[in-house]
Design a protein around this ligand. Sequence first.
Ligand SMILES: NC(=O)c1ccc[n+]([C@@H]2O[C@H](COP(=O)([O-])OP(=O)(O)OC[C@H]3O[C@@H](n4cnc5c(N)ncnc54)[C@H](O)[C@@H]3O)[C@@H](O)[C@H]2O)c1
Length: 297
Amino acid sequence: MTLPAPPVAVVGLGQLGGSLAAALAAAGRPVTGWDVDPAACEAAAARGVRVARELEGVVVLAVPLPAMASALDDLTVAPDATITDLGSVKRPVLDTVGARYGSRFVGGHPMCGTERSGFAAVDPALFAGARWAVCLDEGTELPRWLRVAELALAVGAEVVPVTSDEHDAAVAAVSHVPHLLAAALAAGAAEAGPLALALAAGSFRDGTRVAGSDPAFVTAMVDGNAGPVAAALDRVRGQLDRPWPELVAAGHAVKAATDRRRPVRVPLERSALLELGRAGGAVTRRLAAFLEGWIPE
Ligand SMILES: NC(=O)c1ccc[n+]([C@@H]2O[C@H](COP(=O)([O-])OP(=O)(O)OC[C@H]3O[C@@H](n4cnc5c(N)ncnc54)[C@H](O)[C@@H]3O)[C@@H](O)[C@H]2O)c1
């Protein structure tokens, strides 16, 4: 039996939250939204989002990391609502929002977004084809996990089941360290002088794109995940010490690997779902008591 899709309420209508609310509204789902910035509320209302402080169904926290713990303080949250978030680091949110809402909380992190921020950066297609980590921690209730996973699937994302700590270690390597490396590349090139910056082209632009992100956003992200980021940075430092031909060949091999996928069916069960995530796979669809997805070949 399929339950009707629950209503969704998004708190924080900037790039991520505004894009989610707009995508759901465009798909005909009832969406409520709230933001402390009236201009963000107005922009969301123009896309079909109902602006309100009373939240029910799946409540999505899409505010900056430092605001997560208090964002619901002055809002009315239905007693049976499922709370999730889009924060780039999961452990601090689990320790604050998770501690407050217990098993009603399911952490999440869509792996998309750009260096732009605010409601002017809203893009309803942002989540299409993106991986979306949905956390299965010790106390997570499976039916609530599924509700959040179905929200991610509804906007075209693929769901990666993961624990909060495994998520933080993984994204340190593929997201947080790249932000630091982009900053280091940009600062290093500036030291080389104006001639170097004048000659900068594609590889510099690609390698430094995320250095254009809001510094407060990047700082909150790396500081909030300091241990895993330091460990991942050490691994990169180790790579830089290798002989250059060896390093170049190793990096090329990673980028050249095929991304062939094998379809799988996974029972709706915690350990099987986490195993899928650890194997590098993702969920693409719900089929009765099974979830359909893929793992790398
Ligand atoms: N930008 C990215 O690439 C990206 C990717 C994945 C996840 N995230 C995460 O998503 C979350 C939002 O990021 P974003 O890029 O959309 O930021 P953003 O700056 O574009 O939007 C944040 C919005 O939250 C609002 N806000 C701030 N405090 C609030 C409060 N107390 N109550 C209600 N609204 C409040 C702001 O007015 C703003 O409109 C962050 O936690 C971030 O870690 C960002």
